[in-house]
Design a protein around this ligand. Structure first.
Ligand code: GAP
Length: 446
């Protein structure tokens, strides 16, 4: 990472803590590596990211059903999926500094004793690489006798595959159709890194689309382009997005074809989402391991077959981090000051509007408070009366709040309020009774 980009990332991390987007987990106990908590602004932003994805998948189209499967599943699921045998990363230990590193990411790792050097450069004595399974294991019930072992799911997708027939039958779906799910996943990453980019507990937004064999390549192309449209629509800079194809030697054990959508983070191009043609791998394996037929009977063609799956697997936390990185901006302002502004899309912004009285007298606080009370059950809005109006605007700029409505003497005379726009800092007047309509049009996720 260049010095500029390193500085930029440090500023983003510091803003996240200062303004309540992201905190280190268990901070007062010294923190826990690879786990993060979302603060007041972060939790709202995350809800909006999930809502946008959910709406994209299940509201804008009518061929995708919802699912919320449990995190703990039968341990045979993970044998069938290939995770027990093959969900491993190569790990090396350093006998000198006692660090543990991913053998395939030594260039990105830092020696524990000489942090300016990588474990390969520092002259440390590294062991041979060995395989490390990334699944977290726990036990079900009061007796831990080995037979009760279960895993925290490392992906949400398997919950969808094992419910394929339940969903198809209960929702009376015919192929092609998809199943969408948002939920936590856990991976015991050897080296969590880059803030919330690679963590041990994270949330996935996954959609599995079940299609007729021989139509999979066409559906794969459709989803590839749909998912890129999505990232542009949530406001990411098009120049900072790209596809990267997995070569034959890089494909996951389940994939026939795979493309990542990558974003240019300050720490380089990194994966946001994987689009995979998983063939009939998962349903074949679950059929084999469960002994329950997973085939689908097509009423139209009178054929019975195992559907092929096209998967769009996005990381919620990574999407959120990309939005924070993309939104962060600094502007030189009058008096040599720097305005920090988070240019988040209004639909995703944690707080939609600040409602301010210009001054704390002449009935303005009461009027502004009444507007706030009217709005707050429908929109995440904020009331603030302390500090100069300029300082209040700047505070909201840093939080990514796209609009501020100010009650001033004109409001008391004609009922209009000032709307101040975060990005251009321009102002206009609208009737106070039109604020809800204004916010609905600009911020509703649909
Ligand atoms: N079901 C397929 C699957 O899980 P993956 O490429 O391993 O595929 C999908 O993961 C997405 O989940 C990634 O693109 C990323 O956004 C997110 N993800 C994976 N591991 C993660 C981690 N350790 N921390 C944060 N997000 C992660």
């Amino acid at each position: 990472m260049s010095k500029n980009q390193n500085d930029r990332m440090e500023k983003i991390v510091s803003l996240c803590k200062r303004r309540g987007f992201v905190f280190q987990s268990s901070e007062i106990y010294g923190g826990i590596n690879g786990c993060y908590d979302y603060g007041p602004l972060g939790a709202e932003l995350k809800r909006n990211v999930k809502e946008f994805w959910w709406s994209w998948m299940t509201r804008r189209r009518d061929d995708i059903e919802a699912l919320d499967a449990s995190i703990l599943m039968h341990s045979r699921v993970w044998e069938a999926s290939g995770h027990v045998g093959g969900f491993v990363d190569p790990m090396v230990d350093c006998r000198t500094c006692k660090g543990r590193f991913r053998a395939d990411q030594l260039d990105e790792s830092r020696c524990l004793k000489k942090p300016s050097k990588t474990p390969a450069e520092c002259g440390g004595d590294l062991t041979e690489a060995r395989e490390f399974n990334l699944m977290f294991k726990t036990s079900l019930g009061p007796v831990d006798d080995g037979s009760s072992a279960v895993f925290l799911r490392p992906e949400t997708a398997q919950g969808i595959y094992v419910n394929f027939h339940n969903v198809a039958q209960s929702a009376r779906r015919r192929i092609p159709f998809g199943i969408a799910q948002i939920g936590k996943a856990f991976r015991n990453e050897i080296n969590p890194r880059n803030f919330t980019f690679r963590t041990r507990e994270f949330e996935q937004m996954e959609m599995q689309y079940f299609v007729r064999p021989s139509t999979d390549e066409q559906w794969f192309e459709t989803w590839k382009s749909d998912r890129m449209d999505y990232y542009r629509e949530i406001g990411l800079d098009a120049e900072s997005l790209r596809y990267v194809e997995h070569g034959p030697g890089e494909l996951a054990h389940y994939a026939r074809a795979a493309f990542d959508i990558e974003y240019l983070f300050p720490f380089g191009w990194k994966e946001l989402e994987g689009i995979h043609n998983r063939g009939d791998f998962d349903l074949t394996r679950h059929q084999e391991y469960s002994g329950k037929p997973q085939t689908y009977f097509d009423e139209e063609t009178k054929e019975r077959y195992l559907p092929v799956v096209v998967e769009a697997s996005a990381g919620c936390d990574r999407t959120l981090l990309s939005l924070l990185c993309d939104a962060y901006d600094e502007e030189e302002a009058k008096g040599g000051n720097t305005r920090v502004v988070m240019r988040l899309h209004p639909k995703l912004a944690p707080v939609k509007a600040g409602i301010f009285p210009l001054v704390k007298r002449d009935g303005m606080p009461e009027r502004a408070r009444a507007i706030y009370d009217d709005l707050r059950t429908r929109f995440r809005v904020l009331y603030e009366q302390s500090g100069s109006i300029g300082k209040r605007y700047w505070r909201q700029d840093e939080a990514g709040t796209p609009y501020c409505f100010t009650v001033d003497s004109e409001t008391m005379a004609d009922g209009s309020v000032t709307v101040r726009h975060r990005d251009a800092m321009s102002q206009e007047r609208i009737p106070a009774e039109k604020i809800a309509e204004f916010l609905d049009e600009k911020t509703r996720i649909s």
